[in-house]
Design a protein. Structure first.
Lengths: 372, 346
């Protein structure tokens, strides 16, 4: 029993490692094709990525990416493709920023209130897609991607002078009222720059994800529905309820995605609030195989690659190269998982076959002995 | 159970290690040294960067001029879409740390980043285009876009046959609304009976309106169908679509933005229908800052590049506005002496 686990673990690790190695090889080829020496580029990236301020940057970036990966993974486990994490986190962060900027409660009250607002808004926005799916049979892929566009329009409408936005004195930047200093999230006073305190929430979310999925009846039902809806239904699971619930959870986690930036960095929602993290989350969930630890590693890798870009650009490399690495990694991951899965399956089959053959041989022997 | 808890424990330990490790070790900024003597200019562009045919390019022209004049060394970095404020700070910091002085940030998105980084590097001079910073060692370079647009409005009203004109904004950002407000006021002050159609191609954080010539073309066609015969497009790359659509209607004029679009090689086919362009002298602002640093008297505070100081102006390529130049000069004078106050919001 224990041996099989070890083997599965090895196979599980083999896929992402294979993918990353292949991705770097492909990138090396691309770099060589552009007339640059590839290994010095990797050298620069690793060298720079290991510096202490890079570590802080990577951890802070990974906090956001981790939450995005988790939000997508909740859906994936249920066989739901929530492309709408992007709209969900932006809408959630926007309303959270508006609430945070409007109130001046003590931080101990206001911070949870801001986070709660984000979670609820995110959940409601994703819930729309869930309800549409179970009542009208609308594919969540279609509805969530459309809800992204609607979220953009709603924010665009409300983030105006006289509504929820205010113009800065130069008249060029529009943002929500800044969140009062008492409601800024805590930071770890590391040098040279602080690590965002929100990393704690991200870790808690990861543990909660792991616990819920693998240690509760609900998680079991969720995974069952993900693997076979009809089988789950036959065993007494209310599939419709599960679809809506898991969309709500996915959206709630998505609501947290904007919080590290809002509560530890920008303290307001303006036109330049980061966009597109929901899509990064999809790549990271794929990379991490929906596993809480895997997603964390994926998020850290993503942060590392982005940190490296800045330096590469500074050293005169094309900054697009990291986009190439990221794209190739995702492609390689999908391919590598399939390759490893097939290899594992084949191995299992041959093993089972060998065991059966051995059993049959043993039986034959027995029979021969009896007959003898 | 046991296996999983082991993994959890292992990852908890790794995470803790990673956290503690971040507090020690060498910082990337400690190892780099800065050499003195040669002037080093750092530029941080907004999304699009050099080659956007718009304001990043205009800033780049200022940089190129300063570079050749002072024999300076330059480093240009460009923003990506989907950045966090931390990324922008990082970019400015790497320039400041690399010994670049001045460091110029192009675009209002850099405001908070400039404030933070400028406070951290009090000896470095920063420039910020299109916004006003609060830190002391920053030269805030802002333009009165509404004044240039007012003149464009005057020209549009005079050139339009029946007073029907259109304004196409890329995205409904406050900056673009300044263009709209000035244009509308200029048109209505010149011809109170005129009608101004205003349309934005996208809203809020959806910046696609700056890069979709198809949307620009569709919007322009709609306005032309409703009878407009002069269209001012302040829409970045989408403006090309509008200019193309306008060229399809006989007697209709388009007004360009940011750079002299009649000289843009990709629009050469339509240059006879481009009446004028409202240009922002970002290059001048950048050059002024670099020169002031070179002279040892770095500019700080807010430098407002107005119409009176040629910070914004109308181009005259093709001499299409020659016949109305006296009226334009009159309006310009009134704006300069304060008789006309141009609004910044519609």
């Amino acid at each position: 029993m224990k041996k099989i686990d070890k083997e599965r673990l090895l196979l599980g690790i083999a896929a992402p490692v294979l993918a990353i190695v292949v991705a770097f090889l492909v990138t090396a080829l691309v770099l060589a094709a552009t007339g640059k020496e590839p290994f010095s580029a990797f050298g620069i990236m690793f060298d720079y990525g290991m510096k202490s301020d890079s570590q802080v940057y990577i951890l802070n970036k990974a906090t956001t990416y981790y939450l995005a990966g988790l939000a997508v993974a909740v859906g994936f486990r249920m066989n739901l493709f929530n492309i709408g994490v992007d709209g969900q986190y932006r809408l959630a962060a926007f309303f959270a920023a508006a609430v945070g900027g409007a109130l001046t409660l003590p931080g101990a009250l206001q911070i949870p209130l801001i986070i709660l607002t984000a979670v609820i808004v995110g959940a409601m926005w994703a819930g729309i897609a869930g309800v549409l799916k179970v009542t009208r049979g609308v594919s969540e892929v279609v509805s969530t991607i459309m809800l992204n566009a609607i979220a953009t329009a709603i924010i665009g409408y409300l983030l105006q002078q006289g509504r929820l936005g205010h113009l800065d004195e130069a008249g060029t930047k529009i943002s929500t009222n800044p969140i009062p200093e008492s409601s800024h999230f805590f930071e770890f006073p590391t040098t040279p720059s602080p690590v965002w305190g929100f990393i704690v929430i991200a870790v808690v979310a990861g543990v909660a994800y792991w616990f819920t999925l693998s240690r509760t009846r609900f998680g079991f039902d969720l995974r069952t529905v993900g693997q076979s809806g009809s089988a789950a239904e036959a065993s007494g699971v209310d599939v419709k309820k599960m679809v809506v619930t898991s969309m709500l959870i996915s959206g709630a986690v998505a609501g947290l995605v904007g919080m590290p930036t809002l509560l530890n960095d920008s303290y307001e929602y303006s036109g330049d609030f980061p966009v597109g993290i929901g899509f990064t989350g999809i790549a990271i969930a794929l990379l991490g195989r929906n596993h809480p630890v895997g997603i964390a590693l994926g998020a850290l890798l993503w942060g590392f690659l982005e940190r490296g870009t800045g330096k590469l650009e500074f050293e005169g490399y094309d900054k697009e190269i990291v986009g190439v690495i990221q794209g190739v990694i995702v492609l390689c991951v999908v391919i590598a998982y399939e390759v490893v899965r097939r290899y594992g399956l084949k191995r299992q089959q041959s093993k089972v076959g060998a065991e059966l053959a051995a059993q049959a041989a043993a039986r034959n022997n027995d029979q021969q002995e009896v007959s003898a | 159970m046991r296996r999983v808890s082991k993994i959890t424990a292992a990852c908890a330990v790794t995470a803790t290690l990673a956290l503690t490790a971040s507090a020690c070790g060498e910082s990337s900024t400690e190892s780099s040294g800065s050499d003195k003597g040669k002037m080093k200019i750092g530029m941080a562009y907004d999304v699009g960067g050099r080659g956007d045919n718009s304001f990043n390019d205009s800033a780049a022209r200022g940089l190129d001029k300063a570079k050749s004049e002072f024999g300076a060394e330059t480093k240009e970095l460009t923003a990506k879409t989907g950045e966090t404020p931390a990324d922008r700070e990082q970019r400015l910091e790497s320039l400041a740390e690399g010994g670049y002085n001045p460091v110029v940030a192009v675009g209002f998105a850099y405001k908070d980043a400039v404030d933070k980084v400028a406070a951290k590097y009090p000896k470095v001079n920063f420039g910020l285009v299109d916004s006003v910073a609060t830190a002391k060692n920053v030269d805030s370079i802002v333009f009165t876009e509404e004044q240039g647009s007012y003149l464009a409005g005057v020209a549009a009203a005079l050139k339009s046959k029946d007073g029907q004109v259109g304004f196409i904004g890329g995205v409904d950002l406050p900056l673009i609304k300044k263009f709209a407000a000035g244009f509308q006021q200029g048109v209505l002050d010149t011809n109170p009976k005129a009608k101004v159609q205003i349309q934005y191609l996208s809203t809020g954080s959806d910046l696609s309106g700056f890069g979709s010539p198809d949307k620009g073309s569709a919007a322009a066609k709609g306005m032309l169908d409703k009878g407009a015969d002069v269209i001012f497009a302040a829409a970045g790359g989408s403006g090309a679509g509008s200019i193309e659509a306008v060229a399809g209607k006989k007697g209709a004029w388009s007004i360009g933005v940011d750079s002299d679009q009649a000289l843009d090689p990709s629009l050469a086919k339509y240059k006879d229908t481009i009446m004028t362009s409202v240009v922002k002298n970002v290059d001048g602002g950048v050059y002024d800052l670099v020169k002031s640093v070179k002279d040892g008297k770095p500019l700080t505070g807010t430098q407002t590049y107005t119409l009176a100081k040629d910070g914004v102006s109308l181009t005259t390529t093709g001499d299409h506005i020659k016949d109305i130049q006296t009226k334009l000069d009159e309006a310009k004078k009134k704006i300069a002496d304060g008789t006309i106050k141009v609004k910044t919001t519609t």
